[in-house]
Design a protein around this ligand. Structure first.
Ligand code: PMP
Ligand code: GLN
Length: 378
Protein backbone atom coordinates (compact mmCIF):
# COMPACT_ATOMS: atom_id res chain seq x y z
CA UNK A 1 0.00 0.00 0.00
CA UNK A 2 1.33 3.43 -0.91
CA UNK A 3 1.16 5.60 2.20
CA UNK A 4 -1.01 8.70 2.07
CA UNK A 5 1.17 10.18 4.82
CA UNK A 6 4.67 8.94 3.98
CA UNK A 7 6.43 11.43 6.24
CA UNK A 8 4.35 10.63 9.32
CA UNK A 9 5.39 8.28 12.12
CA UNK A 10 3.85 7.82 15.56
CA UNK A 11 3.00 11.10 17.33
CA UNK A 12 5.63 12.44 19.70
CA UNK A 13 3.07 12.36 22.54
CA UNK A 14 2.63 8.61 22.22
CA UNK A 15 6.37 8.07 21.79
CA UNK A 16 7.36 10.07 24.89
CA UNK A 17 4.59 8.77 27.14
CA UNK A 18 5.55 5.21 26.21
CA UNK A 19 9.22 5.89 26.93
CA UNK A 20 8.31 7.52 30.24
CA UNK A 21 6.35 4.44 31.21
CA UNK A 22 9.13 2.06 30.15
CA UNK A 23 11.67 4.02 32.19
CA UNK A 24 9.42 4.69 35.16
CA UNK A 25 10.04 8.40 34.60
CA UNK A 26 7.81 11.21 35.85
CA UNK A 27 5.79 12.06 32.77
CA UNK A 28 5.74 15.79 32.05
CA UNK A 29 5.64 15.13 28.30
CA UNK A 30 2.17 14.45 26.87
CA UNK A 31 -0.30 17.07 28.09
CA UNK A 32 -2.79 15.61 30.57
CA UNK A 33 -3.54 16.06 34.28
CA UNK A 34 -2.41 13.47 36.82
CA UNK A 35 -5.29 14.40 39.15
CA UNK A 36 -8.92 13.42 38.88
CA UNK A 37 -12.00 15.40 37.94
CA UNK A 38 -14.67 16.00 40.59
CA UNK A 39 -16.89 13.11 41.74
CA UNK A 40 -19.97 15.10 40.84
CA UNK A 41 -19.12 14.79 37.16
CA UNK A 42 -18.91 11.00 37.44
CA UNK A 43 -22.17 10.92 39.37
CA UNK A 44 -23.88 12.82 36.60
CA UNK A 45 -22.60 10.35 33.97
CA UNK A 46 -23.87 7.43 36.07
CA UNK A 47 -27.18 9.21 36.54
CA UNK A 48 -27.78 9.63 32.82
CA UNK A 49 -26.65 6.09 32.07
CA UNK A 50 -29.05 4.63 34.63
CA UNK A 51 -31.82 6.90 33.38
CA UNK A 52 -31.54 5.15 30.01
CA UNK A 53 -29.69 7.75 27.95
CA UNK A 54 -27.43 5.23 26.29
CA UNK A 55 -28.41 5.41 22.62
CA UNK A 56 -27.32 7.71 19.82
CA UNK A 57 -27.36 11.37 20.63
CA UNK A 58 -28.63 13.81 18.00
CA UNK A 59 -26.02 14.24 15.25
CA UNK A 60 -25.12 17.79 16.32
CA UNK A 61 -24.93 16.83 20.01
CA UNK A 62 -27.35 16.70 22.95
CA UNK A 63 -29.48 19.83 23.07
CA UNK A 64 -28.83 20.67 26.76
CA UNK A 65 -25.10 20.65 26.08
CA UNK A 66 -25.42 22.80 22.97
CA UNK A 67 -27.54 25.19 25.01
CA UNK A 68 -24.96 25.33 27.79
CA UNK A 69 -22.20 25.98 25.25
CA UNK A 70 -24.23 28.72 23.56
CA UNK A 71 -24.84 30.40 26.91
CA UNK A 72 -21.18 30.21 27.92
CA UNK A 73 -19.91 31.57 24.62
CA UNK A 74 -22.43 34.40 24.67
CA UNK A 75 -21.56 35.32 28.25
CA UNK A 76 -17.81 35.27 27.71
CA UNK A 77 -17.49 36.41 24.10
CA UNK A 78 -20.70 38.27 23.37
CA UNK A 79 -21.71 36.28 20.29
CA UNK A 80 -24.91 34.26 20.20
CA UNK A 81 -24.52 31.04 18.21
CA UNK A 82 -27.73 29.29 17.20
CA UNK A 83 -28.05 25.96 19.02
CA UNK A 84 -29.74 24.30 16.06
CA UNK A 85 -27.41 25.31 13.29
CA UNK A 86 -24.17 26.75 14.65
CA UNK A 87 -22.88 24.48 17.45
CA UNK A 88 -21.69 20.87 17.18
CA UNK A 89 -20.34 18.53 19.85
CA UNK A 90 -17.32 16.57 18.63
CA UNK A 91 -15.13 13.66 19.65
CA UNK A 92 -12.51 16.00 21.07
CA UNK A 93 -10.91 19.02 19.46
CA UNK A 94 -8.84 16.75 17.23
CA UNK A 95 -11.92 15.53 15.37
CA UNK A 96 -13.35 19.05 15.20
CA UNK A 97 -10.16 20.33 13.57
CA UNK A 98 -9.89 17.37 11.20
CA UNK A 99 -13.51 17.60 10.14
CA UNK A 100 -13.34 21.38 9.61
CA UNK A 101 -10.31 20.93 7.35
CA UNK A 102 -11.92 18.05 5.47
CA UNK A 103 -15.11 20.05 4.95
CA UNK A 104 -13.38 23.13 3.53
CA UNK A 105 -10.07 22.23 1.90
CA UNK A 106 -9.95 20.96 -1.67
CA UNK A 107 -6.96 19.64 -3.61
CA UNK A 108 -4.70 22.54 -4.53
CA UNK A 109 -5.92 24.81 -1.73
CA UNK A 110 -3.35 26.42 0.53
CA UNK A 111 -3.70 26.47 4.29
CA UNK A 112 -1.55 28.80 6.39
CA UNK A 113 -0.28 27.43 9.69
CA UNK A 114 2.15 28.82 12.25
CA UNK A 115 5.13 26.78 13.36
CA UNK A 116 5.63 25.43 15.97
CA UNK A 117 2.32 23.85 14.98
CA UNK A 118 0.18 21.30 16.83
CA UNK A 119 0.93 17.98 15.23
CA UNK A 120 -2.52 17.06 13.90
CA UNK A 121 -2.99 20.07 11.61
CA UNK A 122 -0.64 19.31 8.73
CA UNK A 123 -1.65 15.66 8.24
CA UNK A 124 -5.30 16.78 8.11
CA UNK A 125 -4.46 19.37 5.44
CA UNK A 126 -2.43 16.87 3.43
CA UNK A 127 -5.12 14.19 3.55
CA UNK A 128 -7.56 16.74 2.13
CA UNK A 129 -5.14 17.37 -0.75
CA UNK A 130 -4.26 20.84 0.51
CA UNK A 131 -0.84 22.42 0.69
CA UNK A 132 0.32 23.60 4.13
CA UNK A 133 2.02 26.99 4.05
CA UNK A 134 4.17 27.23 7.15
CA UNK A 135 4.98 30.55 8.76
CA UNK A 136 7.50 30.70 11.56
CA UNK A 137 7.06 31.96 15.10
CA UNK A 138 10.43 32.65 16.75
CA UNK A 139 11.53 32.20 20.36
CA UNK A 140 11.23 33.62 22.92
CA UNK A 141 8.07 35.59 22.10
CA UNK A 142 6.75 33.56 19.17
CA UNK A 143 4.92 36.59 17.78
CA UNK A 144 3.24 36.31 14.39
CA UNK A 145 4.96 38.32 11.65
CA UNK A 146 2.00 40.03 9.99
CA UNK A 147 3.98 41.16 6.97
CA UNK A 148 4.86 37.50 6.39
CA UNK A 149 1.20 36.51 6.75
CA UNK A 150 0.20 39.16 4.21
CA UNK A 151 2.89 37.91 1.83
CA UNK A 152 1.78 34.28 2.24
CA UNK A 153 -1.84 34.94 1.27
CA UNK A 154 -2.56 34.02 -2.36
CA UNK A 155 -5.76 33.50 -4.36
CA UNK A 156 -5.45 29.82 -3.43
CA UNK A 157 -5.42 30.40 0.33
CA UNK A 158 -8.50 28.61 1.64
CA UNK A 159 -7.85 28.61 5.36
CA UNK A 160 -5.69 29.97 8.17
CA UNK A 161 -5.34 27.82 11.28
CA UNK A 162 -4.49 29.59 14.51
CA UNK A 163 -4.08 28.43 18.11
CA UNK A 164 -4.35 30.66 21.15
CA UNK A 165 -3.39 30.07 23.94
CA UNK A 166 -0.68 28.27 22.04
CA UNK A 167 0.62 24.74 22.40
CA UNK A 168 3.61 24.32 22.79
CA UNK A 169 4.85 27.91 23.28
CA UNK A 170 2.40 29.03 26.00
CA UNK A 171 1.97 32.40 24.27
CA UNK A 172 -1.36 34.12 23.71
CA UNK A 173 -2.62 36.35 20.93
CA UNK A 174 -4.17 39.73 21.66
CA UNK A 175 -7.22 41.45 20.31
CA UNK A 176 -4.84 43.51 18.14
CA UNK A 177 -3.58 40.27 16.56
CA UNK A 178 -7.14 39.30 15.72
CA UNK A 179 -7.70 42.75 14.21
CA UNK A 180 -4.69 42.17 11.94
CA UNK A 181 -5.99 38.75 10.98
CA UNK A 182 -9.41 40.21 10.26
CA UNK A 183 -7.95 42.94 8.07
CA UNK A 184 -5.81 40.50 6.09
CA UNK A 185 -8.68 38.08 5.46
CA UNK A 186 -11.34 40.71 4.68
CA UNK A 187 -13.18 39.93 1.40
CA UNK A 188 -10.89 37.00 0.62
CA UNK A 189 -13.15 34.01 1.27
CA UNK A 190 -10.50 32.64 3.64
CA UNK A 191 -11.89 30.55 6.50
CA UNK A 192 -10.24 30.81 9.91
CA UNK A 193 -9.96 27.78 12.17
CA UNK A 194 -9.28 28.94 15.73
CA UNK A 195 -8.03 26.21 18.04
CA UNK A 196 -8.95 27.61 21.45
CA UNK A 197 -8.78 24.44 23.54
CA UNK A 198 -6.91 26.33 26.29
CA UNK A 199 -9.38 29.25 26.23
CA UNK A 200 -9.82 29.18 30.02
CA UNK A 201 -6.12 28.88 30.85
CA UNK A 202 -4.65 32.39 30.54
CA UNK A 203 -2.45 33.91 33.22
CA UNK A 204 -1.57 37.18 34.95
CA UNK A 205 -4.97 38.74 34.44
CA UNK A 206 -4.88 38.49 30.64
CA UNK A 207 -8.10 38.01 28.71
CA UNK A 208 -8.41 35.27 26.12
CA UNK A 209 -8.84 36.86 22.68
CA UNK A 210 -11.39 34.55 21.10
CA UNK A 211 -12.34 34.68 17.44
CA UNK A 212 -15.88 34.23 18.76
CA UNK A 213 -15.51 37.62 20.47
CA UNK A 214 -14.39 39.36 17.28
CA UNK A 215 -17.55 40.23 15.33
CA UNK A 216 -15.84 40.31 11.96
CA UNK A 217 -13.73 37.17 12.43
CA UNK A 218 -16.59 35.26 14.06
CA UNK A 219 -18.38 35.54 10.72
CA UNK A 220 -15.73 33.45 8.99
CA UNK A 221 -14.31 31.29 11.79
CA UNK A 222 -14.66 27.84 13.21
CA UNK A 223 -13.89 28.12 16.93
CA UNK A 224 -12.83 24.88 18.61
CA UNK A 225 -12.66 23.98 22.31
CA UNK A 226 -12.18 20.82 24.37
CA UNK A 227 -13.77 19.64 27.60
CA UNK A 228 -10.66 17.52 28.08
CA UNK A 229 -8.61 20.58 29.00
CA UNK A 230 -11.31 22.44 30.87
CA UNK A 231 -12.58 19.67 33.16
CA UNK A 232 -9.47 17.46 33.50
CA UNK A 233 -10.91 14.68 31.35
CA UNK A 234 -8.63 14.39 28.32
CA UNK A 235 -9.54 10.72 28.02
CA UNK A 236 -13.22 11.41 27.45
CA UNK A 237 -12.53 13.05 24.10
CA UNK A 238 -15.37 15.52 23.93
CA UNK A 239 -15.03 18.93 22.31
CA UNK A 240 -17.06 21.69 20.72
CA UNK A 241 -17.03 23.64 17.51
CA UNK A 242 -19.01 26.78 16.79
CA UNK A 243 -19.28 28.58 13.46
CA UNK A 244 -21.74 30.58 11.37
CA UNK A 245 -24.50 28.51 9.81
CA UNK A 246 -23.01 28.40 6.33
CA UNK A 247 -19.75 26.92 7.60
CA UNK A 248 -21.44 24.60 10.08
CA UNK A 249 -23.67 23.16 7.37
CA UNK A 250 -20.58 21.99 5.50
CA UNK A 251 -18.94 20.81 8.72
CA UNK A 252 -21.90 18.59 9.59
CA UNK A 253 -21.96 17.00 6.14
CA UNK A 254 -18.60 15.49 7.04
CA UNK A 255 -19.19 15.06 10.77
CA UNK A 256 -22.24 12.84 10.21
CA UNK A 257 -20.17 10.36 8.21
CA UNK A 258 -17.05 10.71 10.28
CA UNK A 259 -18.24 10.05 13.85
CA UNK A 260 -21.97 10.79 13.37
CA UNK A 261 -22.34 11.62 17.05
CA UNK A 262 -20.63 11.58 20.46
CA UNK A 263 -21.13 9.67 23.74
CA UNK A 264 -24.63 10.50 25.02
CA UNK A 265 -24.46 10.20 28.85
CA UNK A 266 -21.17 12.08 28.92
CA UNK A 267 -22.70 14.97 26.97
CA UNK A 268 -25.66 15.16 29.34
CA UNK A 269 -23.36 15.08 32.36
CA UNK A 270 -21.24 17.87 30.89
CA UNK A 271 -24.35 19.98 30.35
CA UNK A 272 -25.17 19.64 34.06
CA UNK A 273 -21.61 20.37 35.04
CA UNK A 274 -21.39 23.52 32.92
CA UNK A 275 -24.21 25.10 34.91
CA UNK A 276 -21.66 26.28 37.47
CA UNK A 277 -19.48 28.78 35.58
CA UNK A 278 -16.91 28.89 38.40
CA UNK A 279 -15.70 25.51 37.15
CA UNK A 280 -14.31 26.97 33.95
CA UNK A 281 -13.71 30.48 35.27
CA UNK A 282 -11.57 29.14 38.12
CA UNK A 283 -9.23 27.30 35.80
CA UNK A 284 -6.87 30.21 35.12
CA UNK A 285 -6.06 30.72 38.81
CA UNK A 286 -5.83 26.98 39.35
CA UNK A 287 -3.20 26.54 36.64
CA UNK A 288 -1.43 29.81 37.36
CA UNK A 289 -0.66 28.47 40.85
CA UNK A 290 0.81 25.33 39.27
CA UNK A 291 2.81 27.36 36.77
CA UNK A 292 4.23 29.52 39.57
CA UNK A 293 5.01 26.49 41.72
CA UNK A 294 6.81 24.79 38.84
CA UNK A 295 8.76 27.89 37.79
CA UNK A 296 9.76 28.70 41.38
CA UNK A 297 10.93 25.13 41.92
CA UNK A 298 13.09 25.32 38.77
CA UNK A 299 14.46 28.79 39.54
CA UNK A 300 17.80 27.42 40.76
CA UNK A 301 18.19 25.03 37.83
CA UNK A 302 20.23 25.48 34.67
CA UNK A 303 17.12 25.51 32.52
CA UNK A 304 16.22 28.87 31.02
CA UNK A 305 12.48 29.25 31.42
CA UNK A 306 10.58 31.05 28.67
CA UNK A 307 7.43 33.02 29.55
CA UNK A 308 4.27 30.94 30.08
CA UNK A 309 1.22 33.14 29.51
CA UNK A 310 -1.40 30.43 29.01
CA UNK A 311 -1.98 26.65 28.49
CA UNK A 312 -0.50 24.16 30.95
CA UNK A 313 2.90 24.10 29.31
CA UNK A 314 6.28 25.57 30.15
CA UNK A 315 9.08 25.84 27.62
CA UNK A 316 12.68 25.55 28.79
CA UNK A 317 15.93 26.13 26.92
CA UNK A 318 18.69 23.75 27.97
CA UNK A 319 21.75 25.10 26.13
CA UNK A 320 23.51 25.68 29.48
CA UNK A 321 23.16 21.98 30.25
CA UNK A 322 23.82 20.04 27.07
CA UNK A 323 24.82 20.14 23.42
CA UNK A 324 22.44 17.34 22.51
CA UNK A 325 19.66 17.89 19.98
CA UNK A 326 16.26 18.21 21.62
CA UNK A 327 15.07 14.68 20.78
CA UNK A 328 18.25 13.15 22.22
CA UNK A 329 18.05 15.49 25.21
CA UNK A 330 14.46 14.39 25.95
CA UNK A 331 15.54 10.76 25.73
CA UNK A 332 18.40 11.48 28.12
CA UNK A 333 16.07 13.35 30.51
CA UNK A 334 13.60 10.49 30.47
CA UNK A 335 16.13 7.63 30.76
CA UNK A 336 18.82 9.13 32.97
CA UNK A 337 17.10 11.91 34.91
CA UNK A 338 13.68 10.32 35.23
CA UNK A 339 11.58 13.19 33.84
CA UNK A 340 9.93 13.04 30.41
CA UNK A 341 9.45 16.16 28.25
CA UNK A 342 8.53 16.93 24.64
CA UNK A 343 11.17 18.11 22.14
CA UNK A 344 9.81 21.27 20.50
CA UNK A 345 11.37 20.27 17.14
CA UNK A 346 8.43 17.82 16.87
CA UNK A 347 6.24 20.85 16.13
CA UNK A 348 8.31 21.85 13.06
CA UNK A 349 8.07 20.12 9.68
CA UNK A 350 11.81 20.51 9.15
CA UNK A 351 12.58 19.51 12.76
CA UNK A 352 14.02 22.96 13.47
CA UNK A 353 15.86 22.53 16.73
CA UNK A 354 16.08 25.56 19.04
CA UNK A 355 17.25 23.36 21.96
CA UNK A 356 13.98 23.94 23.78
CA UNK A 357 11.79 21.34 25.51
CA UNK A 358 8.19 21.47 26.73
CA UNK A 359 7.11 20.45 30.21
CA UNK A 360 3.45 19.92 31.18
CA UNK A 361 2.63 21.27 34.64
CA UNK A 362 -0.95 19.92 34.82
CA UNK A 363 0.18 17.80 37.76
CA UNK A 364 -0.20 17.53 41.50
CA UNK A 365 2.31 19.61 43.42
CA UNK A 366 3.95 16.42 44.72
CA UNK A 367 4.56 15.29 41.14
CA UNK A 368 5.96 18.68 40.16
CA UNK A 369 8.15 18.83 43.27
CA UNK A 370 9.57 15.35 42.62
CA UNK A 371 10.23 16.21 38.97
CA UNK A 372 11.91 19.52 39.84
CA UNK A 373 14.14 17.86 42.43
CA UNK A 374 15.47 15.68 39.59
CA UNK A 375 15.68 18.55 37.11
CA UNK A 376 17.70 20.63 39.58
CA UNK A 377 20.45 18.01 39.46
CA UNK A 378 21.11 18.23 35.72
N1 PMP B 1 -5.28 21.33 19.89
C1 PMP B 1 -4.32 21.58 20.78
C2 PMP B 1 -3.52 22.82 20.65
C3 PMP B 1 -4.08 20.66 21.81
O1 PMP B 1 -3.11 20.89 22.68
C4 PMP B 1 -4.87 19.50 21.90
C5 PMP B 1 -4.68 18.46 22.97
N2 PMP B 1 -3.55 18.42 23.59
C6 PMP B 1 -5.85 19.29 20.95
C7 PMP B 1 -6.04 20.22 19.95
C8 PMP B 1 -6.70 18.07 20.96
O2 PMP B 1 -7.71 18.10 21.93
P1 PMP B 1 -8.63 16.84 22.19
O3 PMP B 1 -7.89 15.98 23.15
O4 PMP B 1 -9.89 17.39 22.74
O5 PMP B 1 -8.84 16.14 20.88
N1 GLN C 1 -2.35 17.71 22.99
C1 GLN C 1 -1.62 16.97 23.98
C2 GLN C 1 -0.23 17.54 24.09
O1 GLN C 1 0.10 18.49 23.46
C3 GLN C 1 -1.54 15.52 23.64
C4 GLN C 1 -2.66 14.97 22.86
C5 GLN C 1 -2.22 13.73 22.17
O2 GLN C 1 -1.52 12.92 22.74
N2 GLN C 1 -2.59 13.58 20.96
O3 GLN C 1 0.57 17.00 24.82
Amino acid sequence: LESRLPGVGTTIFTVMSRLAQECGAINLSQGFPDFNAEDLLFERVAHWMRAGHNQYAPMAGCLPLREAVAAKVETLYGTRYDVESEITITAGATQALFTAVTACVRPGDEVIVFEPVYDSYIPAIELAGGTPVRLQLAAPDYRPDWAAVAAAITPRTRMIMINTPHNPTATIWTRADLDRLAALTRNTGIVVVADEVYEHIVFDGATHASCAAHPELADRSFVVSSFGKTYHITGWKVGTIVAPRELMTEFRKVHQFNVFTVNTPVQLALADYMADASRHLGLAAFYQAKRDFFRDALAGSRFELLPSRGTYFQLARYTAISDLGDVAFCQYLTREVGVAAIPVSAFFADSRDDRIVRFCFAKNEATLAAACERLLRV
